[in-house]
Design a protein around this ligand. Structure first.
Ligand SMILES: CC(C)(COP(=O)(O)OP(=O)(O)OC[C@H]1O[C@@H](n2cnc3c(N)ncnc32)[C@H](O)[C@@H]1OP(=O)(O)O)[C@@H](O)C(=O)NCCC(=O)NCCS
Length: 176
């Protein structure tokens, strides 16, 4: 397994991941194929600019999934009710295609990207928001040392999902 930056040739893998009802079952259902080429192009540009880390998990030269680390402009969960924070919030997400699931790939890829984030130093506290019923992804968070903070509602592509908020501190100080 190796991680590499996303490329335009990864459109078929994006379609297989994001437009498939089984792959998207925990994420509110499949996304429309229209617009996916533009999404890949945006991701390639963001990765090339080193703004977001958008990595393809590659096995024997084949795209097997993605692991992505990016920041949101949204108010952070640490905001005070009377004084919302506007600091960027770092988030990590991952997907592995069905043919490659159950081999420890997602866990290895998340571990590797977090190690890179710790070495890089810019990402601070990294959040992951697996759906509350996503056994594998919640297991990955638990076993890699994320701290479970709370259940929360997350907006994803226009849907509201019930998720767990897990946090992993990449700067060595664990906050509760
Ligand atoms: C969730 C997903 C990424 C898991 O990928 P994977 O490569 O098969 O996961 P791994 O093989 O690394 O397994 C991770 C852990 O989950 C466990 N696991 C796998 N399926 C599980 C399940 N249904 N319930 C509980 N634990 C499960 C594995 O045993 C492993 O734990 P271990 O290391 O303690 O043995 C993949 O199924 C997927 O992409 N699903 C669809 C999209 C999605 O849900 N993305 C995540 C959004 S946060």
């Amino acid at each position: 397994m190796r991680l590499r930056d996303v490329e335009l040739r990864d459109l078929p893998a994006y379609l297989a991941m994001r437009c498939d009802p089984v792959m998207m079952a925990e994420l509110g259902g499949p996304l429309p194929a229209e617009g996916m080429a533009a999404k890949v192009a945006r991701d390639v540009a963001a990765a090339a600019a080193d703004r977001d880390w958008i990595k393809v998990i590659e096995v024997d030269g084949q795209p097997a999934g993605t692991v992505v680390l990016w920041t949101h402009p949204e108010a952070s969960a640490e905001s005070h009710p009377n004084q919302p924070a506007v600091a960027p919030l770092s988030e990590i997400g991952w997907m592995v295609l069905p043919d490659f699931q159950g081999r420890g790939l997602a866990k290895a890829a998340v571990r590797e990207l977090l190690e890179q984030a710790c070495a890089d130093g810019r990402w601070g506290r990294v959040h992951a928001y697996p759906g509350v019923g996503n056994g594998a992804s919640n297991g990955i968070c638990r076993s890699l040392g994320f701290t479970l903070r709370a259940e929360c509602e997350v907006d994803f592509a226009g849907r509201t999902l019930r998720c767990n908020d897990w946090a992993y501190d990449t700067v060595g100080v664990r906050h509760q």
